[in-house]
Design a protein around this ligand. Sequence first.
Ligand SMILES: C[S@@+](CC[C@H](N)C(=O)[O-])C[C@H]1O[C@@H](n2cnc3c(N)ncnc32)[C@H](O)[C@@H]1O
Length: 235
Amino acid sequence: MTNKQPDQNHAKIAAARDFISANLPIALVPSIPEIRLYKAGPQSGLWRLAEQDQEFGSPYWAHHWGGGLVLARYLLDRPDAAAGRRVLDLGAGSGIVGIAAAKAGAAEVIAADVDPYAIAAIGLNAAVNGVTILPVLTDLTKGEPPATDIVCVGDLFYETALAKRVTAFLDLCLARGIEILIGDPWRAHLPQSRLRLLAEYVVPDFGAATSSRPSAVFAFERKTPRQSRGDEDQS
Ligand SMILES: C[S@@+](CC[C@H](N)C(=O)[O-])C[C@H]1O[C@@H](n2cnc3c(N)ncnc32)[C@H](O)[C@@H]1O
């Protein structure tokens, strides 16, 4: 998706923006009354986008995720974590985490996603919430981190291969002196041995309209000497 010609992506993002603003309702966000987001509902007709575009993937950007909800709540409750700092929202989806960082007073927010529909949604959601965010359509896990002070990761540990790539990228960020916050509902591929628990909230997760589950905010930390030695032993 991201290796398409820039103007092809541009056209897709523009069409997605028109579709979202015409068809998706702007909804309140559970546990986050400070933020409203375009959200898929029964009448949204997202299947029409899928019919027009063979590359249309899962519309993560049109839903709330436990990891994003807790990380957004954390940033709003503790604005010092983001205020005055450059924030990267990695795997931004709807942009909820970046929006919370901007509301907390971040100096600059970049929201990165590999899905052009997410890029469209992030721009619209930022406008609805009266904040400025720079959406970028790229897979940042493939290279050097951009200039930033803190990387926020909401719910990006849901697949084995992706979790490995994200963890390697976060290690590179740590090596560059960048702080990392993760929000996650304890999914299977969360790198738990590298995390320090900062806060826990009970929030709805995707697909759980009526039930909630504990989700947590963590600091991602350097490997301990013992973990590094273990890596060497395995190589
Ligand atoms: C489960 S959603 C979470 C969205 C948002 N962070 C939240 O918590 O609401 C995961 C998002 O990560 C994006 N994603 C997956 N792989 C990615 C990558 N390598 N780089 C950036 N975004 C990625 C997906 O397109 C999707 O929008």
